[in-house]
Design a protein. Structure first.
Lengths: 336, 533
């Protein structure tokens, strides 16, 4: 290809990718709207009554008349579409509403808790990717060896293990049994949130999250690397006399990595649900642990905000993965 | 092994070792000598008194007009003396303490008390405590140091209700939902501690208020950590993370005899009862109700299920209310007598051992909140005691939303109680005027012999007359019971230290109300403690 035609091809490719991004962003808006509506409808259909969460133990001494008056003041019995409309109106004017279960403005809840969740999921994801890279490469390289057999077997076993079981086992063995790590919380009780404290307490939850997400990535990378190792360009590189590690890492791995990027994007929802369980077990003060109590308390504003946030994250993650693949692999068409 | 693999493996190993080294525990985190780290099982939803925080007192951040001491007597707090009613009993005038300031520096005056109670009664606030104060018709400021409460009827126990935390009037200027107020997370009170930090889902930190009217507390910092799971809390306590925590009796007993730990057990007026609805043809029958009271093996339940941490209950008045409790108002555990009562009333044993009368089989459903293991255990024990006298009890563990619509037809394991005055718990539980009013008297128990002394005791201001009325109430109730009261629970706590240490610092035992945790417990008067020598 001549340089001019190569450059023109790159420009049109860049434009195609930008168009894909634009299309996706436009498409995201109705998706988010539908998800929010679904949250309200599901909440309204659930058997849980928010008045119990509002009163707490006070419900046992409250008279029927007073409870009815409070229901009226709080507008709990308004039709679900009216409540949805009110929430949407607030959202457009920038007011995310007040969380009933946490008695705080939703914006405050998000600001306080989302950074901790991001820290946990980012560290967990990074760990999962690192584990996948190391183990995936090693097992594909030495296919059939003891490491390969051990890793494949345990990866299949871990795939079926719920992350909270892994978390409880980790706490029992490493925190309480051996005492190497703290059993939960953001910091030691009574200590301030310093860097050292947070890092110490981050190890176990991030490790559990990473290890619970890694099996799919490891097996997938191993499979695609095995396929790549059988391809023509790799055989060609070997026959040119290049060192084995150069062949595997510089010729085979890049091809194998591309599908893994897409897989990462598709596995984001798993990461989010895994984070919910891990946060609850480890008492990590992130947003995911607030989701469970918001659902049980039918706390519409917080529930809708968190669901939207999660949906947006998943959509964005998938988009980034697709963009990365489109930019890295010239064979892929950017029309998704 | 190829060089690359060797390299990567050794890097991984180094990283692991580094990680382990960095996380080597630095020894148990000792709390500062002038502070405490406590672990609680529930995190409060909010710190707003109008939404139920610390309404009975022992809330570190707020003061009420009065407070209770270790002998359950009222002591003045923000009032200068314990208030007493007017001659007709329908108005209470309270003189207020001078020189008190809120945590934000504003001074405490009558306007603050008026604003707090008016906000409580205002429907726009949607307070959860309105029913408890429904007898208040008006609050007015007589002068900057005097307030007057006007009641709809003479109410002798009103003094006990004045433990509600007082808020600054400046924070209550705009009428509006209490849940939207900043006071839910940033409380402003006059109490001995101020809220220094609240990391939701994790912990709360209180710091001493140096300008407290009762003298700056010597325990400078209290950290309350939230750990919902009982087993994890006990394990973290063993690991030395906390100075004290509340635990169920079984787990607390594991600290018995352990070096450096003590178990403290407080009596309470916190009862558990089997509510028997009048509307159900089986549970509404007086013979069945009386027989069940004789069939229930209360001491057996306490010994087996609560590890001895409890007292038998026959009426809602706890033995610790020594002025009012009538020891003769009780039911002997006598299954034979129960059987005889049923036989005499026409409940004869059927072919499967379950009694029946005409076409009605002696069977009913007993509901309990599925998440409460103590209530589940008591329900199971009660069901087996009932089966022994020929009454078939089916158990159902449900959520409160499912329980509420069925309370008029099915039995329920109910809880509640107050150690401060019999009226506070008994009236709404057993008086006919509260029949089927929410969770108050859900079984619609109607007994004029019980209504009369309850009314007399509510309105009379003569202590001897009230005591007599409550004894009459207990005797009348025992003759025609509407529920099967089982136990008064004891609340158990594990502490790091010895009893002598705690007592030398100022610990006093109390009888606890229904709400508990580390707000009450051994640390209810932490502001009066002296630092360990």
């Amino acid at each position: 290809m001549t340089p001019v035609r190569a450059a023109a091809g790159a420009v049109s490719r860049g434009r195609a990718v930008l168009q894909m991004v634009g299309r996706r962003l436009v498409f995201a808006v109705p998706v988010l709207g539908l998800v929010a509506l679904a949250v309200f409808l599901l909440g309204a259909a659930s058997p849980f009554d928010p008045i119990y969460q509002y009163y707490g133990v006070g419900i046992f001494t409250a008279s029927d008349a007073d409870v009815a008056r409070v229901r009226d003041t709080l507008n709990l019995d308004a039709p679900v579409l009216v409540q949805f409309g009110q929430w949407l109106g607030g959202l457009i004017s920038g007011d995310l509403g007040t969380s009933r279960s946490l008695r705080q403005p939703v914006a405050e809840v998000l600001a306080e808790r989302v950074p901790w969740s991001l820290l946990l999921t980012a560290t967990g994801l990074a760990l999962a990717v690192v584990l996948a890279l190391i183990l995936g490469v090693l097992t594909a390289w030495r296919q059939g060896g003891w490491l390969d057999r051990a890793v494949t077997a345990s990866a299949h076993a871990l795939e079926g293990l719920p992350s909270f079981v892994l978390a409880l086992v980790a706490i029992a063995a490493l925190a309480l049994g051996l005492g190497w790590f703290p059993a939960g919380g953001l910091t030691d009780s009574g200590a301030d949130a310093t860097f050292g404290q947070v890092v110490r307490h981050l190890v176990l939850p991030a490790a559990v999250l990473g290890v619970s997400q890694a099996p799919w990535l490891v097996l997938h990378l191993r499979a695609s690397l095995l396929t790549a190792l059988a391809e023509d360009h790799v055989i060609g590189a070997r026959s040119r006399g290049l060192a084995e590690h150069v062949v595997v890492l510089r010729h085979a791995l890049p091809t194998a990595l591309l599908p893994m990027v897409t897989l990462l994007g598709a596995r984001l929802p798993e990461l989010v649900t895994g984070a919910v369980l891990v946060e609850v077990v480890f008492s990590w003060p992130g947003i995911a642990s607030a989701v469970v109590s918001a659902a049980l308390d039918v706390d519409f504003p917080l529930l809708a905000a968190v669901t939207l946030l999660t949906t947006a994250t998943v959509l964005l993650g998938a988009l980034l993965a697709d963009v990365a693949v489109a930019l890295l692999d010239p064979r892929v068409r950017a029309d998704g | 092994m190829s060089p690359f693999t060797r390299q990567s493996v050794s890097i991984a190993l180094c990283a692991l070792v580094l990680l382990a080294a960095c996380s080597a525990p630095s020894g148990t985190s000792a709390a500062p000598a002038d502070g405490l780290v406590l672990a609680d099982e529930y995190e409060p939803d909010s710190l707003h008194p109008l939404l139920g925080y610390g309404v009975e007192g022992a809330s570190r951040v707020f003061d009420g007009l009065v407070a209770h001491d270790a002998d359950r007597r009222l002591q003045p707090a923000l009032a200068t003396e314990v208030p007493s009613p007017s001659a007709d009993g329908r108005s209470w005038t309270v003189r207020l303490r001078d020189g008190v300031t809120f945590h934000d520096g504003s001074s405490f005056e009558a306007a603050d008390v008026v604003a707090t109670y008016r906000a409580l009664l205002d429907p726009a606030t949607a307070s959860t405590e309105t029913t408890t104060y429904s007898m208040v018709t008006g609050v007015s400021e007589l002068d900057p140091r005097t307030v007057r409460f006007d009641l709809a009827f003479p109410y002798a126990a009103f003094g006990h209700r004045l433990t509600l935390g007082v808020l600054p009037s400046e924070a209550l200027v705009e009428p509006g939902l209490a849940e939207k107020s900043s006071l839910t997370t940033q409380p402003i009170g006059t109490g001995p501690y101020r809220l220094a930090e609240w990391r939701k889902g994790e912990r709360m930190v209180f710091e001493a208020n140096d300008s407290y009217w009762g003298g700056a507390p010597q325990a400078r910092r209290i950290t309350v950590v939230f750990a919902t799971d009982d087993n994890t809390r006990a394990q973290r306590m063993t690991a030395g993370e906390f100075d004290g925590t509340v635990l169920p009796p079984g787990l607390a007993r594991t600290f018995d005899g352990r070096d450096g730990y003590t178990v403290i057990s407080h009596r309470s007026a916190d009862y558990r009862t089997i509510m028997l609805p009048t509307g159900n043809p089986v549970t509404g029958d007086p013979a069945i109700r009386l027989a069940l009271n004789h069939a229930a093996n209360r001491q057996g339940m306490i010994d087996a299920l609560l590890r001895g941490e409890g007292e038998p209950a026959y009426t809602p008045i706890a033995p610790s209310l020594s002025d009012y409790a009538d020891p003769s108002a009780m039911f002997a555990h006598d299954p034979n007598r129960a059987g005889q009562i049923l036989q005499d009333a026409g409940w004869v044993p059927g072919p499967d051992g379950v009694r029946q009368r005409a076409d009605q089989r002696a069977a009913f459903t007993l509901m309990y909140p599925a998440s409460d293991t103590v209530r589940k255990d008591l329900a199971q024990a009660f069901a087996s005691d009932a089966r022994a006298v020929g009454i078939d009890v089916r158990l159902e563990g449900l959520g409160w939303e499912a329980i509420e619509p069925r309370m008029g037809a099915d039995a329920l394991v109910l809880g509640g109680g107050s150690p401060f005055d019999p009226d506070l718990a008994s009236y709404a539980l057993l008086h006919s005027s509260f029949a089927a009013d929410g969770f108050n008297n859900p079984g619609s128990y109607v007994n004029p012999e019980v209504d009369a002394p309850l009314d007399t005791a509510r309105r009379s201001t003569n202590p001897a007359e009230r005591a007599q009325a409550y004894r009459e109430f207990q005797r009348a109730y025992v003759e025609q019971p509407g529920m099967v009261f089982l136990v008064f629970l004891r609340h158990t706590y594990a502490i790091r230290g010895s009893m002598q240490e705690y007592q030398s610092r100022g610990y006093q035992e109390i009888v606890e109300p229904h709400s508990h945790g580390t707000g009450w417990g051994p640390w209810w008067n932490l502001e009066d403690w002296s630092v360990s020598p």
